[in-house]
Design a protein around this ligand. Structure first.
Ligand SMILES: Nc1ncnc2c1ncn2[C@@H]1O[C@H](COP(=O)(O)OP(=O)(O)O)[C@@H](O)[C@H]1O
Ligand SMILES: [Mg+2]
Length: 615
């Protein structure tokens, strides 16, 4: 539950509304056309009703049959135009709404990709997913229907009121009174239910987050017999959602029946008073007939509006959550230095190439090329995931091109954190990290990451074939290169034993493979990109020592003249490193080669001799 603590409750409806208008603004001509068509269709309905007056007064009462037929045909044509316009605008609106939603969804996805890891650390996946699904869906529903409904209701209301006043001003005062009461009631109820709608979307996100965690943590749940506790927690969240939804819908739901009752009362009173007016000669029969139809219609826009209120309120809450996510600060990236493929001319000069060549360079802002060697230095780097807790205290280290640098130390010492900083997953608080002499903050993030290949501690495989997953490291790689990378990672033999070989589909993070096999694929994926710098974070922790040794041989050949950072639990893995850093609580307490460290008889010696447990 701690993950929710960072969650800010969205509350700025106006801002969300403005943003929504911004998106609608891209389609303003289409929406204008929709509005015109709505105008035509509503106008036709209103005018059609008005025709009742001349029809009764001028044709029916005097008995002019031919005139009546002509008037009825005219009325029919008018209604037909109205129907055609309705068909037109509903079709256009569906298309426009889908476009708007697609654009919002696209921008949301695009923005999520730019968010810093810090953001993902503080939100559950399910809760984030909920914005793409529930929140976007509710917005879509509202755009599909409510936009035209609101315009229609507005035009109908204004048109009807004008007609009522034109037909009989005194009688229309009755209608005004009832409309004012209905309006006040709608305003009151929707204000109350808005609060619940916001809560409903929030609770929906929480439930999604919980279900997602439960599904991905199925095994752990079963191992610890946590079903009952999880069920209880789910019931609690479910109950919260029920309460929010009930609150939202009951306030919204009260509006329709109340308004229907009020509109009947309105009709009855108007009919009685209208009848008395006609008897007293204050009103003619034709006007009264048309008038009473308008009275019936006058409640319709309000009812329609109240019917839409549910959708609109839910949609605005959804929009708030969507736009709140879009407003999250993206990762800062002010770097200008870029990464490029180069070839070497005969005189040793570098030339930029568009295709993969196997050699790389940094392209500085002035266009000059600096060969990419893989020299990484940390200078007094201080970092904490939160400002109040330092995880690294003044780390200084250097890795020269071609060196293999290892980190060892107890769990939580900060090994993975150091790696995260090279990649600029997080921003350092003090000190500097340089790459071939360039501060990594000056390198464009995308290019920095292109130059590094990483096997992270928790491997992640995507839905797709094994070959696809390996090719993830370099999209243009040929089948032969995929196989070669698999051979280096020693994954080739197990892949070929699978019935479908490289075309075996992986689902759910590769759950049909063993943990060790997943790591082999992750290594192959890193190997295929042949990067200048390779980072292996506990990459071989689930692999047996014999296989590990084979991988190491392949990797050593691959990584010749390239820089490698390894983090390993098994000290046998790091023995042949150029330098080994022993990390303890965010500080490097010892450094040197295997032999030097053994000579020092310090922590590494203790670890090696088994006198000091790593965990
Ligand atoms: N995403 C994170 N947010 C906050 N704290 C973190 C995060 N990742 C790691 N830490 C903390 O940083 C410290 C170092 O973690 P890490 O670098 O992963 O250790 P290890 O040496 O085992 O790889 C730990 O105390 C851990 O609690
Ligand atoms: Mg780690």
């Amino acid at each position: 539950m701690a993950r929710y603590m960072g969650y800010k409750r969205p509350k700025d409806t106006k801002k969300a509304f403005k943003k929504l208008l911004h998106y609608l603004g891209f389609h303003k001509w289409m929406l204008l056309l929709v509005t015109i068509l709505v105008f035509i269709s509503t106008g036709a309905n209103i005018m059609g009703t008005y025709l009742l007056k001349p029809i009764i007064n001028e044709y029916i009462l005097p008995g002019d049959m031919i005139g009546l037929i002509r008037a009825l045909i005219g009325m029919g044509i008018m209604y037909l135009c109205g129907v055609l316009a309705s068909l037109g605008y509903s079709q256009l609106m569906v298309r426009t709404a889908q476009k708007v939603i697609t654009e919002i969804r696209r921008d949301l996805f695009c923005h999520v990709q730019t968010l810093p890891l810090r953001y993902f650390d503080a939100h559950t996946h399910g809760e984030l997913m909920s914005r793409f699904t529930n929140d976007v869906d509710t917005l879509q529903e509202a755009l599909n229907n409510s936009f035209t409904m609101i315009i229609q209701s507005f035009i109908t209301l204004v048109g009807t009121i004008i007609m009522l006043v034109v037909l009989n001003f005194q009688l229309s005062l009755i209608v005004f009174f009832f409309l004012a009461v209905m309006f006040a009631f709608i305003k009151f109820s929707s204000q109350r239910s808005k609060k619940y709608f916001t809560k409903q979307q929030l609770e929906l996100g929480r439930i999604n987050g919980f279900v997602e965690e439960m599904v991905s943590g199925q095994k752990v749940e079963k191992v610890f017999n946590h079903e009952e506790a999880d069920f209880a927690e789910f019931c609690r969240l479910n109950e919260n959602l029920r309460r929010a939804s009930t609150g939202a819908l009951s306030h919204a739901g009260m509006m329709v029946p109340a308004n229907v009752s009020l509109s009947y009362a309105n009709y009855a009173v108007s009919a009685c008073v209208g009848g008395l007016f006609t008897l007293a000669g204050l009103c003619d029969l034709g006007s009264l007939s048309a008038y009473l139809v308008y009275v019936r219609q006058s409640a319709q826009p309000l009812n329609q509006f109240t019917n839409q209120v549910n959708f609109i309120l839910a949609a605005l809450s959804g929009a708030e959550r969507i736009f709140e996510m879009m407003d999250e600060e993206p990762e800062i990236d002010e770097g200008k230095v870029t990464f490029c493929h180069v070839s070497k001319g005969e005189d040793g000069s570098l030339r930029e190439e568009t295709a993969y060549t196997g050699s790389y360079a940094w392209k500085l802002e002035d266009g000059s090329l600096v060969p990419l060697k893989g020299d990484v230095r940390f200078d007094q780097v201080v970092f904490g995931y939160t400002p109040d807790k330092k995880v690294l205290n003044g780390i200084s280290l250097y890795a020269k091109p071609g060196q293999k640098i290892a980190f060892v130390g107890s769990t939580g010492a900060g090994k993975t954190t150091i790696i995260n900083l090279i990649n600029r997953f997080y921003e350092i608080q003090a000190g500097a990290i340089t790459y071939d002499g360039i501060d990594i903050r000056d390198i464009r993030k995308k290019d920095l990451r292109k130059s590094l290949s990483m096997v992270i501690q928790d491997t992640h495989l995507f839905t797709g074939t094994i070959a696809d997953n390996i090719r993830y490291g370099r999209l243009g790689a040929t089948d032969e290169e995929v196989r070669e990378a698999a051979r280096i990672a020693n994954a080739d033999s197990f892949i070929r034993r699978l019935p479908e070989g490289y075309n075996t589909m992986l689902y759910g993070d590769g759950s049909n493979l063993s943990q060790g096999q997943r790591q082999l694929l992750a290594i192959a994926r890193a190997a295929i990109s042949q990067p200048p710098v390779l980072i292996l974070d506990e990459a071989t922790s689930s692999i047996d020592t014999r296989t590990e040794r084979l991988i190491e041989k392949g990797m050593d050949a691959l990584m010749e003249n390239r820089t490698v950072f390894v983090i390993a639990h098994r000290l046998s893995t790091v023995r042949n490193s150029k330098a080994i850093m022993v990390l303890e609580r965010g500080t490097i307490i010892e450094r040197g080669s295997h032999d030097e460290l053994l000579e020092q008889k310090g922590r590494y010696y203790q670890l090696y001799m088994g006198q000091y447990e790593l965990e």
